[in-house]
Design a protein around this ligand. Structure first.
Ligand code: PXG
Length: 288
């Protein structure tokens, strides 16, 4: 595998950053997870836009232009013969001293890895997930805003560990006020009386690209979508719940904290959105 690092493609064994890089020492950096389908990179512009927004929020100057990054992502796919795969795009703060000050870092590093994708089991989509809410509270928006896709994912990892300990593959995270924020690597949606709801970004959610697509697809199907604060009670009493993410796509949820959601099977609108999402991923995107 060839990996893009320090401005060039090198063999994976030689793809390295320094142990003094603040990306490693402090989780100081930002990243994106992107998919390629059928020889096209899905929503590439949107992912690179979000990378730049995350970088701006942490005062990190991305050393390449938006255009150069898009080009390098496609090149990474070409060099590794990836037509359907997963692309990890990372920007670290770069090498610095053993102190927090990012101003003493030089040389932020752009890293691009294009690999095959490990798909989730079919059963997730056919039967739906059983998930739980977890004790770890979502980061406060005035601490590290969850809108920033930073290299420090410990808040999410703690929640993921709690989900795994409960025998689940995903967790619903609540914010400091007890409102639903999102999952550890996915956004969350519910349907009640043919209307669709998802937490507002201010509740502590990532501006998910799949989230955006799900909203657009629902609206195109005449479904009204809104973003009110949601509680666990709202989710428990929903007709349908599903989660969205680049890796997961659209996955039905049939049980939360032991409460059956709707009929306990993937819902009608969820199934419609799953189908529409597949159609879009296979028919749009930046040609590799
Ligand atoms: N919330 C969080 C916290 C995320 O990290 C999403 C929502 C969904 O956003 P997109 O733009 O992908 O629709 C994410 C992104 C993985 C993995 O390997 C998934 C994400 C990030 C890192 C790794 O499952 N999801």
């Amino acid at each position: 595998m060839k990996v893009f690092v320090d401005g060039k493609f090198v063999d994976e064994k030689k793809a390295m950053v320094s142990v003094f890089d603040h990306g490693l020492l402090y989780g100081d950096g930002v990243f994106e997870g992107i998919r390629a389908y059928n020889g096209r990179v899905f929503k590439l512009t949107e992912h690179v836009d979000r990378l730049f927004y995350s970088a701006k929020a942490i005062l990190l100057k991305v050393p390449l232009s938006h255009k150069a990054i898009c080009k390098a992502v496609c090149e990474a796919c070409r060099r590794n013969k990836i037509r359907d795969g997963y692309i990890r795009l990372v920007v670290t703060r770069g090498v610095g001293t053993l102190g927090l000050d990012p101003n003493r870092c030089s040389n932020p590093q752009v890293i691009i890895i294009a690999d095959k994708i490990q798909l989730y089991p079919k059963a997730f989509y056919e039967e739906g997930l059983n998930i739980v809410t977890v004790p770890t509270t979502r980061n406060h928006t005035n601490a590290v805003n969850p809108a920033i896709k930073s290299l420090n994912y410990l808040n999410n990892i703690l929640a993921k560990i709690e989900a795994t300990n409960a025998g689940c593959v995903e967790a619903i995270m609540l914010n400091h006020e007890g409102f639903v924020a999102e999952c550890t690597g996915d956004n969350v949606f519910m349907i009640k009386d043919d209307k669709m709801y998802t937490p507002p970004l201010a509740a502590g959610a990532l501006h998910g690209i799949t989230r955006e697509v799900a909203v657009d697809l629902a609206e195109a199907n005449g479904v009204k979508v809104s973003e009110p604060n949601l509680t666990r009670y709202d989710l428990y009493n929903a007709d349908e719940v599903f989660i969205t993410g680049t890796a997961a796509e659209v996955v039905p949820v049939v049980k939360i904290d032991g409460r059956q959601i709707g009929r306990g099977k993937p819902g009608k609108l969820t199934k419609k959105l799953m189908k529409a999402y597949h159609h879009l991923t296979n028919s749009s995107g930046q040609a590799i």
